[in-house]
Each structure stands twice: as structure tokens, then as C-alpha cells.
Design a protein around this ligand. Sequence first.
Ligand SMILES: [Zn+2]
Length: 236
Amino acid sequence: MREQLGVLRELQVLDEEMSQFEGKKRTLETRVQEKRQELARVQEMVDGLADQMESLKARRRELTAAMEQEQANVTRSDARLPEIKTQKEYVAVLKEIDTAKARIRELQTQMGEIDAQLEALAGDRGEKESELAVIREQVDASQAEVDAELATFAQRLEEIAGRREDLLEKLPAGVRKRYQTLLARRGGQAVVEAKNGACTGCNMHLPPQLYNDLFRVDRILDCPHCNRLLYIVEQG
Ligand SMILES: [Zn+2]
């Protein structure tokens, strides 16, 4: 019976080690996950800024083409002036030139506005890209931390798994089942110490007779309140 209790206690220690590892792994993975979401969010902003810049650049190309057209008009009209015979025609051509020049000034103003917008967007984009680089580094660092943690623990997990198997085999089927059921239903805590007359699993007082029986270690006893299997550490 002492041996069975010893097996149960060792199993409990191994299962706790495993569940602590699982918890740590989840925490680390969640952190990486959060960083990845942040990365995606900033990437989306960078992409949005890039799209805005692209459409402004397209608009700028249209304006450039329109301006070239107007400049060609001015050049052509200018070339016609010396050949003009009538005053009326002369005035008309001059008016064409004035209109084209006014249109060119207007286009220049529009292009200047676009350039200012492009500059502001490029600034924002640069900022966001630096932010992105920092987050990307953080993601890589977190991922490396997780990988390292998993790697160092892989060996230990294998040891634990092997040892658990051996230990479970040593238990009678009924005890094994009790242990596994309790482990699942009692938050990973199936075997607990009885101390100062109480169960350390649920902190309830144990009947004095039960507490005394624990010292005899002639059968597996459980807490009447939480059903966890009990052991006692004998002093000295
Ligand atoms: Zn209890």
C-alpha cells in the first residue's frame, strides 16, 4: 500500500509539472499571437497608406499629361501669332494662350496640393513602417522564446510521458481510474497531503478517525469532502 501511495504521489508531481508547462506554453503562445495581430493591424495601415499614395500618384500623372497638353497648345498658338493677318483673329489666339496659361497655373496648384499630400502620407507611412519593423522583431523574439522553451522541455516531456506510463501500469485498474478521474475533475490535483487535521486540497477538516487511519497507510483513503486521495507526511 505504501508503494501504491508512493506511485500516486510521484504521478501527481509529474502531472503538475506537465500542467505547469502547458500553462506556460499557452501564456507564451498567446503573447506571440497578440503580437502577430498587432503586426497585421499595422501592416493594414501601411497598405492603406500605400493605396492612398498610389491613387494620388495616378491623379498626378493625369494632371501632368493635361499640363503637357496645355503647354503644347501655348507653343502652337505662339507659333501661329506671326502669321496672323486680322486683328480679330489675333485677339482670339491671344485669348486662347491666356486661357491655356490660366489652366496651367491651376494644374500646377493642384499638383502642388497632391505633392504636399504625398509628402505627408510618405511621412506617416515611414513612421508606420518603423513601427512595423519593431513589432516584427518582437514577434520573432517571442516566437524564438516559445521555440526555445518548447525545445528545452521536449526532452523532459518525453521523460515524463514514459515515467507516467510505467507508474500508471503499477497501479491496480481501479486506483488508476480513480486517479485519472480526479485529475480531470479536480483541476489537476488528485493526490494531496493531509496536514494539521485537514485536507490541503479543499482545506476542510478531516474526521479525526480518518486522519489517524492515514498514519497506518494500509489502504488508499480519500477526503470525504473533495474525494482527493490523501497521504500524510510523517514527522522525523
Ligand atoms: Zn478535500
